[in-house]
Design a binder for this molecule. Structure first.
Ligand code: NDP
Length: 311
């Protein structure tokens, strides 16, 4: 049996189309949402992510601006920039791309972002709102996981969910969202005893670990829904063989690029699971779509207009 593939690219484009329609009607009322992205220093991966975010803004019609303080920027300079963005009315969302240059106090800078403009949902105020089920901004990747489940018609209420990973940006907020949606949730991490045994109880298994192909078939209950948040660059030939031997398309990519993108879930799990997100093309595309959603949501909440119906 082969699992149903949950197509994140398709779901993300549906969300982007809905957001674009909202932006159009808001812009017609003179309320075009705006996002400011802060990209400090030079980090090639961050530059690629930020390019994707700015491009998404253009596609859905959100106003965007990019601020690029130098590698030598100090904590005080970044705080001054964030304060200025907090004050500007046409800016609804502020995204500080991590990591910041090493001497900078990242926590202090993130804490300075106005919670009403915190489109990453990392501010303790928004974390508190999520855990107490108050309106607020929800971190993008976890919100994307919930959209995949909802839009794929997968029942969450009453189900046993296991989340592997407890980071502040993925594992914990996913677990909180699943709890709020009435799943019975177990959070696992590197100190969990008998991880495969715990995972085998899951009707919904979310992997947010950062280890290529760690979740093998013996972690998965037959028929379970498996959501793979992991994004791991595989460059080692033996590792590649363990994951993708016999996959002609992957072998071609690996030969030409010297690397391939793998999730935390081993491809063999598709033979056991009932539904599964692919990597690439699963959770990844949802992250930017939900950033666009959050920017519009922030604009509506801050400007006191009606809130979007979802998330
Ligand atoms: P972190 O490194 O912050 O957290 C990893 C978590 O996995 C930790 O809680 C850690 O446990 C746990 N873990 C690590 N090794 C094991 C193990 N052997 N057994 C059980 N648990 C383990 O990672 P992130 O949460 O930031 O990211 C997780 C993955 O998701 C990464 O691959 C990342 O690239 C990807 N990601 C994808 C996004 C997307 O848009 N699709 C967005 C963000 C992240 P402990 O706490 O005990 O150390």
């Amino acid at each position: 049996m082969s699992a149903r593939i949950l197509d994140g690219t398709k779901i993300a484009s549906e969300i982007r189309a809905e957001v674009a329609a909202e932006v159009k009607s808001m812009s017609a009322e003179g309320l075009r949402p705006g996002l400011a992205v802060v990209l400090a220093g030079h980090n090639p991966a961050s530059e690629i992510y930020v390019r994707g975010k700015v491009k998404a803004c253009e596609e859905v019609g959100v106003y965007s601006e990019k601020h690029t303080p130098p590698q030598t920027a100090t904590t005080d300079e970044l705080l001054a920039l964030v304060e200025d963005l907090n004050r500007r009315d046409e800016i609804d969302g502020i995204l500080v791309q991590l990591p910041l240059p090493s001497p900078v106090d990242s926590k202090k800078v993130l804490l300075a972002v106005d919670p009403a403009k915190d489109v990453d949902g990392f501010h303790p105020m928004n974390v508190g709102s999520l855990s107490t089920q108050r309106p607020g901004l929800v971190p993008c990747t976890p919100a994307g996981v919930m959209e995949i489940l909802k839009r794929s018609g997968i029942e969450v209420a009453g189900q046993d969910a296991v989340v592997v990973g407890r980071s502040d940006i993925v594992g914990k907020p996913v677990a909180m969202l699943l709890t709020n949606a009435n799943a019975t949730v177990t959070i696992c991490h590197s100190k969990t005893h008998d991880l495969p045994g715990v995972c085998r109880h899951a009707d919904i298994l979310v992997a947010a670990i950062g280890r290529a192909g760690m979740i093998t078939h013996d972690y998965v209950k037959p028929g379970a829904t498996v959501i793979d948040v992991g994004m791991n660059k595989v460059t080692d030939a033996a590792e590649f063989q363990r994951l993708f031997a016999g996959n002609a398309r992957r072998e071609e990519t690996f030969r030409s690029k010297g690397s391939t993108l793998a999730g935390d879930v081993h491809p063999e799990v598709a033979n056991v699971a009932g539904a599964i997100t692919p990597v690439p093309g699963g959770v990844g595309p949802l992250t930017i779509a939900m950033l666009m959603f959050n920017t519009v949501k922030a604009a509506k909440m801050r400007r006191g207009t009606r809130e979007l119906s979802r998330a």
